[in-house]
Design a protein around this ligand. Structure first.
Ligand code: SF4
Length: 373
């Protein structure tokens, strides 16, 4: 018996026609069909132009006829952060629609099955959907010692990747680890970790770097594949251009302060309280390509710079060696007068903490002395 279409399945779950069309509009916006505003953090475009309705209807026709897209999700040297981010996304959103439009045949973290059962389900799916399934990879692949650093069911990650990639229609490398090696690839890279596209060269691989990847970007790529049967347009690092075409700095809400030369110099100074630019605290926004400043996180609520922390550049190749989570490293480029590089920024931060602690101690001592009078 043929599987129900995506629309039929949504109907069975109580999704009304009206909501279905709204979600189709969200998908059309996310994949950049003409006439639609860029995808909103909520996943829903605010208004639709005439051509937007056409695009929405085009998506609706596809979802009314296509059955769900089979997905096999592999995890190697990772922390499952991309899975966490995706599975905790808000509802009802584009993410929900897309999760309803795929069937995850294998996923170590989310599967109820384990061991031989889970491995068996994966092999059945690989046979049944050969040439049709989308392979999602989370985590880097260790090459040293014939891949002995990461084995699942007695087989190396390298073996499993090659086998699963052979029957895939397309491959999505989600997160910095799968795309560029991430933390495991940081110097001295003891496992000789690599990203997927360094190993699989005969299949289309789309990189969605980030630590973790933005769920809406992942779902938009899946939506694009659902509707067009192909991956979206990619840049030279195999990232979807729609989301990685501009830097964080290009769309940052603190940009006017940057232009005005107003910079926070510590995390608790007046500038920080006023929301000034975090460049001098090591912000990597000027050299980081991602959509955090426009899509944001947690349903569009905020993102690190809005919350007061400089961008870490987590979607760039080699970001751990450039400071990772713990060390600021700014890239001044167009403003050489403002050069602040790693150690200096980190030293500044440490000094700031020390000064803060000293101030606290002074205040306490003064209070004590006051009481003793
Ligand atoms: S340097 Fe960072 S905080 Fe300042 S405007 Fe650019 S991205 Fe925003």
């Amino acid at each position: 018996m043929a599987e129900d279409s995506i629309y039929e399945r949504l109907k069975q779950q109580g999704v009304t026609r009206r909501d279905f069309l709204k979600l189709c509009g969200a998908v059309a916006g996310a994949i950049g069909l003409s006439g639609l505003p860029p995808v909103q953090a909520s996943g829903l475009p605010v208004t639709l132009a005439r051509s937007g309705y056409k695009a929405r209807d085009q998506v609706a026709r596809v979802l009314e006829t296509k059955s769900r897209l089979p997905v096999i999700w592999l995890e190697f040297q990772d922390c499952a952060g991309c899975t966490e981010a995706l599975s905790r996304s808000h509802s009802p959103t584009l993410v929900n629609l897309v999760l309803n439009a795929i069937t995850v045949e294998y996923h170590e973290t989310l599967s109820a099955a384990a061991g031989f059962q889970a491995e068996g389900a994966k092999h059945n799916a690989m046979e049944k959907y050969a040439g049709q399934y989308v392979l999602v990879v989370e985590g880097s692949i260790p090459m040293a010692l014939d891949g002995a650093y990461c084995t699942i069911g007695g087989r190396s990650a390298l073996d499993i990747l090659k086998e699963s990639a052979a029957g895939a229609a397309a491959i999505i490398a989600t997160g910095n680890c799968a795309a560029f090696g991430g933390l495991p690839k940081a110097k001295p890279n003891p496992t000789d970790a690599k990203g997927v596209w360094e190993i699989v060269t005969d299949k289309p691989v789309v990189n969605i770097p980030g630590c973790p990847a933005i769920p809406e970007v992942f779902t938009a790529v899946v939506a694009h594949f659902l509707v067009f049967g192909a991956l979206p347009e990619l840049d030279s690092l195999n990232r979807p251009k729609t989301f990685y075409g501009k830097t964080i700095h290009d769309r940052c809400l603190r940009r006017p302060f940057y232009e005005a030369g107003k910079f926070a110099l510590s995390y608790d100074d007046e500038g920080a309280k006023e929301g000034w630019c975090l460049y001098k605290l090591g912000c990597k926004g000027p050299t980081t390509y991602n959509a955090c400043a426009s899509l944001k996180w947690d349903g569009g609520l905020s993102f690190p710079i809005q919350a007061g922390h400089p961008c870490l550049g987590c979607s760039e190749p080699g970001f751990w060696d450039g400071g990772g989570f713990y060390q600021g490293q700014s890239a001044p480029l167009s403003r050489p007068d403002l050069t602040v590089v790693g150690a200096a920024a980190a030293a500044g931060a440490v000094a700031g903490v020390a000064v803060g602690a000293a101030n606290q101690a002074q205040k306490k001592a003064a209070k004590k002395a006051e009481k003793a009078k």
